[in-house]
Design a protein. Structure first.
Length: 280
């Protein structure tokens, strides 16, 4: 990947993290850990890969993204705001009763949201349906899905995976945000989904393993996915929960907790210091 492009993506991803923390702090609730771990991939998709138009959110031929792990909506909302789908100022209204930014994505309230999600496992099935619809209708748009590694403990994930393979939905690329943690602790301790790559391969998927915070690896994976014919692609993205905020990193307690004022200030200091360094 071109170094200038990569630098800009890093800058944008840092701003995405800042927006996500801002949203959760002002709401006094939300899910910061997973929002931070998926920020780089969300940034890459919306600012480098996906064919979307913020001025025409319902454009029929746009690429679609389904945030199956819908609780990390602060990350998605922050990306959509920076992309121009909604004002950045809206982020501080997150989870307010009259806000367009509810705790889980709502396609009827938020420009740029392609599917309402929240109940884990179901969004992935919708993504499979979107890809199937594109194939039947002769459409060229691609469908992207983001899953959590705790989410793939759901049986519905594997029904959808089997169906996508059976229908050869090669316009579908999904990613497992593999940060190893869920609300109650380690995914291995709660209900281990490992080995993840081998399971998706057994279900007939093209599988690629990457670091979720390396834009060169992210770029190579999505390019390879587009070249793969006859199979959907699953990207297993090894990530750090709470990435970018020292006291949140690799700590399951930040799966669904909001920072207090002191913690918020520390998070902002760290993220703004990173941003200043990137922009120097």
């Amino acid at each position: 990947m071109d170094e200038m492009v990569k630098k800009q993506l890093k800058i944008t991803a840092c701003k995405v993290r800042i927006g996500a923390i801002e949203a959760v702090y002002n709401a006094k609730s939300g899910h910061p850990g997973g929002s931070l771990s998926i920020a780089d991939i969300l940034t890459y998709l919306y600012f480098h890969r996906m064919n979307v138009d913020a001025k025409n959110p319902q454009w029929e031929d746009r690429d679609r993204l389904v945030l199956s792990k819908g609780h990390v909506s602060p990350g998605l909302y922050s990306v959509l705001a920076l992309k121009g789908f909604l004002p950045v100022e809206e982020l501080i209204t997150f989870r307010k009763s009259d806000s367009m930014l509810q705790g889980h994505p709502n396609m009827h309230m938020t420009p740029g949201v392609d599917m309402s999600t929240g109940s884990l496992g179901q969004g992935f099935s919708v993504a499979v349906g979107l890809a199937l619809g594109a194939k039947i209708g002769g459409k060229n748009f691609r469908t992207y899905a983001i899953l959590g590694d705790g989410e793939i403990q759901e049986g519905q994930i594997w029904e959808a995976a089997m169906y996508a393979s059976a229908k050869h939905l090669d316009s579908l690329t999904a990613v497992v945000d593999n940060n190893d943690l869920q609300i109650d602790g380690s995914i291995e301790d709660v209900n281990s989904p490992y080995p993840i790559p081998e399971k998706f391969e057994a279900f007939g998927w093209n599988v690629i393993e990457i670091c979720a915070h390396d834009f060169d690896e992210i770029d190579a994976a999505y390019k390879a996915a587009e070249k793969c014919k006859g199979k959907p692609t699953m990207i297993i993205a090894k990530s750090i929960k709470g990435k970018g905020v020292s006291f949140m990193e690799n700590n399951y307690k930040w799966h669904g907790s909001a920072p207090n004022a002191e913690q918020y200030e520390q998070a902002m200091r760290e993220l703004n210091a990173e941003l200043a360094e990137l922009e120097a």
